[in-house]
Design a protein around this ligand. Structure first.
Ligand code: ADP
Ligand code: MG
Length: 782
C-alpha cells in the first residue's frame, strides 16, 4: 500500500498564492425521508423534529435479538419529512451552493443512502418534480443569462484551467465547429425539447441569485462522469457507436492540476448556454449510461454518477465591451453533484460472480469514503496528522481537494423508512452523524478587479444610442445590402441581348446604351451614397468632436476637482502632521508622567512597607501587653485567694480562740457556781463537763505551753472529722456549695493540721492542777 502511495504521488509543486482562510464549516448533512412504498408496510423511521429522527427496531428484529436494538435518535442540520417538496429541499440545500458557485466558490453535494431510498429522486427527479440538479442549472442560467460570453470565448485548456480568447477568434472557432458537424448539436430554445425533461421545473419555481457581477462575462461548462467498479467513464464522450459489436467504453484517469485540484483527464467539457441545452446534455449522458448498463449487464445502483458544473467568469475590459484578455483574471468555480451508489452491503443483494466483484468494489469505494471521513474527523478532533487514504478510491480521490483545500460540502442522506432497510439505515445514520463532525475550510471571497463598476451598462447604453441616431439619419448602417437592392430596383431593365440574326445592328447598341445609362446611374447613386456617407460621417465626426469636447471639459472639470481634492488632501496631511506632532508631544508628556508616577509609586510602596512593619510591631507589643495583663490578673487573683484563705484561717483561729476563752470562762463560772453550791450543800465538786459529746476522747495530745498553760495538739484529724456532728446549717451550706464541699473539708483539715492550732490557755494558772483542756475543732456548736 505504501508503494502504491509513493508511485501515485505527484511531485509537490509550490502551492499557488491563494488567500488563506482559517474559518471552517462542518459538512452540512441533511436527511430526507421518502414516503413508504405501500401503506401497509412496516415503518421504522420517525421524524421527531426538524432536526432529529428516531429509528425504531422492527418487531421481528426485536423478538429475534433481545434488547440489542435500542431506539436511537440521530440529529442533522435539517430533516426533511415525507411531505417535503423538491423545491423546499432545493431552497435549503442546493441554493446556497449555486450562490457560492456564481461567487467563485466551489461546492460539493452528494446523496447517500440505500438503493431505493430516493437518492436519484433527490438529485435528478422526474418531469414535474425536478431534483437538485436541474434546479441548480436553472438557477444558474436565470442568474447569469444576460451576462453570458459568446461561445468559445472561454476555452478549457485540457489541464483543468480556462483560457480566454477574443471575439474574432471565438467566432472563427464557432464557424469551424459548425462546418465540422452538419447537424446543430445544441437545440435553440425554440426547438422542441425532449419530452423526458420538458417540464422538470415549473416556471413559478424559477429562482435566481442576487448580487451577480454584471461587469463580468460568464460561461457554463458541464461534464458528466460515471464511476463504476472504480473506473471512470466519460458519459458525454462522442464515440462512434458500433451497434453490431459494441465496444466497452474507455476509462479515464485522474490528474492533479497546478492548484492541487483533481480532475478527470481528457473528460468532455461542453459549453452550454441555456437550461434546456444543459438538460439535453445531461439526458444524453443519462441515456448513454442506461445503454451501457443494459449492454454490459451492469446494475445502475452500483455506480456513482458525478455531474460537474463549471462556471468560468472574467471581468469585462474597461470599455465594458469585451472580456478582458487575461488568463489570470479568469475565475473558474465548480459545483459537483454526486449521486452515490447504494450503500447497502453485498449480502443484501443477491450478487453473483462478476457482479459480486463489482459490488465489492463499490462497497470498497464507499468504505474508503467512510474511512477518509473517519480519519479526517480524528485528525481534526485529536490534532493528529494521519494520512487520509483518498487515493484508495476514485470517488474520494476526485474530491480530495474539497476536504483538504476549501469549499462547501453538503450531503443529503436519503432514508426509506421501511422496516426491511432498518439495519442498513442504521449504518447510514451512523456514517452521516460522523460526517457532520468533519470541518472544511470556508472558501474565501475572490478579490475584485480594478475597473470601475457599471461598464456593461454604459457600453450597452452607448450602443443603443448609436443605433438610434443612425436610424434617425436615414436607415441603419448595417443594412449594407439594402441600398444596393434599392439601386438595382431603380436601374432601367436590361433589354434582351439575344442576337439571332447576324445582321442585327440594333440589339448591341441598345444594350450598350442601357449599360451606359445604368453605369451613369450607378455612378450617380454611388456619388450620392458617398456624399450621404460623407455627410453622415461628418455629422458623426462633429458629434464625436462635440462629445470629445464635452469629455475634455468634463476632464478639465474633474482635473480642477482633483486639484481641489489634492489641496484638501495636502491640508489634511498637514493637519495629520500637526496632530502627529501633538500626539508625540503628548506621548512624551505621558512618558514623563509615567516616570513620575513610577517614582511616587515606589515611594508609596516603601512607605507602605514601613507602615506595615510598624503596625506589625505595634500588634506584637499589644499582644505582649495583653499577655502580661492576663498574667498579672492571674497573679492578683492568686494572691487574693491566698490572702482570703489566710484571713479565713486567721479568723477561724481567732474564733476558736475566743470560743475556747468563752468556754474557759464558762468553766470558771461553773466551778464558781459549784463552789458556791458546795459550800451550801457541802458536797464534792463534780468534774467539769466538756460541751462535747465526746468528752471521753481527746483527739490529740495535750502539751504544756511555754506560758505555763496547756495546748491541744490535734493528731487524729480523721476521727475528729468523722465524728464531728454536722450542724444543720453547715449541711445546708455544703449542699449549696456542692462539689466544693471536699475542698472546704480539705481546707478545714488543712488549717487544722498545718496550724496545729495551738490554743494557749493562760487560764491554766487560774485552773487547778490536773485540769486538762481539750481543744475543740472549729465551728463546733457547744
Ligand atoms: P435510489 O436512487 O436511492 O436508488 P430512487 O431515487 O431511484 O432511489 O427512488 C426509488 C423510488 O422511490 C423511485 O420510484 C422514486 O420515484 C421514489 N421516491 C424516492 N424518493 C421519493 C420521495 N421523496 N417522494 C416520492 N417518491 C420518491
Ligand atoms: Mg439511484
Amino acid at each position: 500500500r505504501i508503494l502504491y502511495y509513493r508511485k501515485g504521488k505527484t511531485p509537490r509543486r509550490p502551492a499557488p498564492k491563494k488567500p488563506t482562510n482559517n474559518q471552517k464549516d462542518p459538512v452540512g448533512v441533511y436527511c430526507r425521508v421518502r414516503p413508504l412504498g405501500a401503506d401497509d408496510e412496516e415503518c421504522c423511521v420517525e421524524v421527531i423534529s426538524s432536526t432529529t429522527i428516531q429509528l425504531h427496531a422492527p418487531d421481528g428484529l426485536k423478538a429475534n435479538r433481545n434488547g440489542e436494538f435500542k431506539e436511537t435518535q440521530y440529529s442533522f442540520k435539517k430533516v426533511f419529512g415525507i411531505k417535503t417538496t423538491q423545491r423546499e429541499l432545493f431552497e435549503d440545500v442546493a441554493k446556497p451552493l449555486v450562490d457560492d458557485l456564481i461567487h467563485c466558490k466551489n461546492g460539493l453535494l452528494f446523496t447517500y443512502g440505500v438503493t431505493g431510498s430516493g437518492k436519484t429522486h433527490t438529485m435528478t427527479g422526474s418531469p414535474g418534480q425536478g431534483g437538485l440538479l436541474p434546479r441548480s442549472l436553472d438557477m444558474i442560467f436565470n442568474s447569469i443569462g444576460p451576462y453570458q460570453a459568446k461561445r468559445f470565448v472561454f476555452k478549457p485548456d485540457e489541464k483543468n484551467g480556462m483560457e480566454v480568447q477574443n471575439q474574432v477568434d471565438a467566432l472563427l472557432e464557432r464557424q469551424k465547429r459548425e462546418s465540422q458537424q452538419s447537424v446543430p448539436k445544441t437545440p435553440s430554445s425554440r426547438q422542441k425539447v425532449d419530452p423526458e425533461f420538458a417540464d422538470m421545473i415549473s416556471p413559478e419555481d424559477a429562482c435566481k441569485c442576487e448580487g451577480v457581477d454584471e461587469d463580468s462575462s460568464y460561461s457554463v461548462f458541464v461534464s458528466y462522469i460515471e464511476i463504476y467498479n472504480n473506473y471512470i467513464y466519460d458519459l458525454l464522450e462522442e464515440a462512434p457507436f458500433d451497434p453490431i459489436k459494441p465496444k466497452a467504453p474507455q476509462s479515464k484517469i485522474l490528474r492533479e492540476d497546478q492548484n492541487h485540484n483533481m480532475y478527470v483527464a481528457g473528460c468532455t467539457e461542453l459549453e452550454v448556454k441555456s437550461t434546456e441545452e444543459a438538460f439535453e446534455v445531461f439526458w444524453r449522458g443519462q441515456k448513454k449510461r442506461r445503454i451501457a448498463n443494459t449492454q454490459l449487464n451492469r446494475e445502475s445502483s452500483r455506480s456513482h454518477s458525478v455531474f460537474i458544473i463549471k462556471l468560468a467568469q472574467a471581468p469585462l475590459d474597461a470599455d465594458g465591451d469585451n472580456v478582458l484578455q487575461d488568463k489570470n483574471q479568469v475565475n473558474v468555480s465548480q459545483l459537483c453533484l454526486v449521486d452515490l451508489a447504494g450503500s447497502e452491503r453485498t449480502s443484501r443483494t443477491r450478487a453473483e460472480g462478476s457482479r459480486l466483484r463489482e459490488a465489492g468494489n463499490i462497497n470498497q469505494s464507499l468504505m474508503t469514503l467512510r474511512t477518509c471521513i473517519e480519519v479526517l474527523r480524528e485528525n481534526q478532533m485529536c490534532g493528529t496528522n494521519k494520512m487520509v487514504p483518498y487515493r484508495d478510491s476514485k470517488v474520494t480521490h476526485l474530491f480530495k481537494n474539497y476536504f483538504d483545500g476549501e469549499g462547501k460540502v453538503r450531503m443529503v442522506v436519503c432514508v426509506n423508512p421501511k422496516a426491511d432497510d432498518y439495519e442498513e439505515t442504521m449504518l447510514v445514520m451512523r456514517f452521516a452523524e460522523m460526517t457532520q463532525e468533519v470541518e472544511v475550510a470556508r472558501p474565501v471571497d475572490r478579490p475584485i478587479c480594478g475597473f470601475a463598476a457599471g461598464r456593461r451598462q454604459r457600453n450597452q447604453a452607448f450602443k443603443e444610442e448609436l443605433s438610434r441616431r443612425l436610424e434617425e439619419r436615414g436607415g441603419p448602417v448595417d443594412g449594407g445590402i439594402a441600398p444596393q437592392k434599392k439601386i438595382l430596383q431603380n436601374l432601367p431593365p436590361v433589354p434582351s441581348c439575344e442576337i439571332s440574326d447576324p445582321s442585327d445592328d440594333l440589339t448591341l447598341p441598345r444594350v450598350i446604351e442601357c449599360m451606359e445609362k445604368r453605369m451613369k446611374m450607378r455612378q450617380m447613386f454611388t456619388e450620392e451614397y458617398n456624399k450621404a456617407g460623407m455627410i453622415f460621417l461628418a455629422s458623426m465626426l462633429q458629434d464625436l468632436d462635440g462629445k470629445l469636447l464635452s469629455k475634455e471639459n468634463f476632464l478639465h472639470e474633474q482635473r480642477g476637482k482633483l486639484g481641489e481634492k489634492d489641496k484638501m488632501i495636502q491640508n489634511q496631511k498637514n493637519e495629520i502632521d500637526r496632530l502627529e506632532k501633538k500626539s508625540k508631544m503628548l506621548e512624551y508628556k505621558i512618558d514623563i508622567l509615567q516616570k513620575t508616577t513610577n517614582i511616587y509609586e515606589e515611594d508609596k510602596r516603601s512607605l507602605q512597607q514601613e507602615l506595615d512593619s510598624r503596625e506589625h510591631r505595634l500588634q506584637r507589643e499589644l499582644s505582649e501587653k495583653k499577655r502580661m495583663e492576663a498574667r498579672l490578673h492571674g497573679m492578683v487573683s492568686d494572691e487574693k485567694l491566698r490572702w482570703q484563705k489566710e484571713c479565713e484561717r486567721r479568723v477561724n483561729a481567732k474564733e476558736l480562740e475566743m470560743q475556747n476563752k468563752l468556754w474557759v470562762k464558762d468553766e470558771k463560772l461553773k466551778q464558781l457556781k459549784a463552789i458556791v453550791t458546795e459550800t451550801k450543800t457541802d458536797s464534792r465538786p463534780e468534774k467539769p463537763q466538756r460541751p462535747s459529746r465526746e468528752k471521753d476522747r481527746v483527739p490529740g495530745d495535750v502539751i504544756k505551753t511555754r506560758g505555763g498553760g496547756q495546748a491541744v495538739q490535734f493528731t487524729d484529724i480523721e476521727t475528729l472529722k468523722q465524728e464531728t456532728p454536722v450542724a444543720p446549717s453547715r449541711k445546708r451550706r455544703s449542699s449549696e456549695t456542692g462539689p466544693n464541699q471536699d475542698d472546704k473539708d480539705g481546707d478545714w483539715t488543712d488549717v487544722e493540721t498545718r496550724c496545729s492550732v495551738a490554743v494557749e490557755m493562760r487560764a491554766g494558772s487560774n485552773l487547778g492542777p490536773g485540769y486538762q483542756h481539750h481543744g475543740y475543732p472549729k465551728r463546733r456548736k457547744p
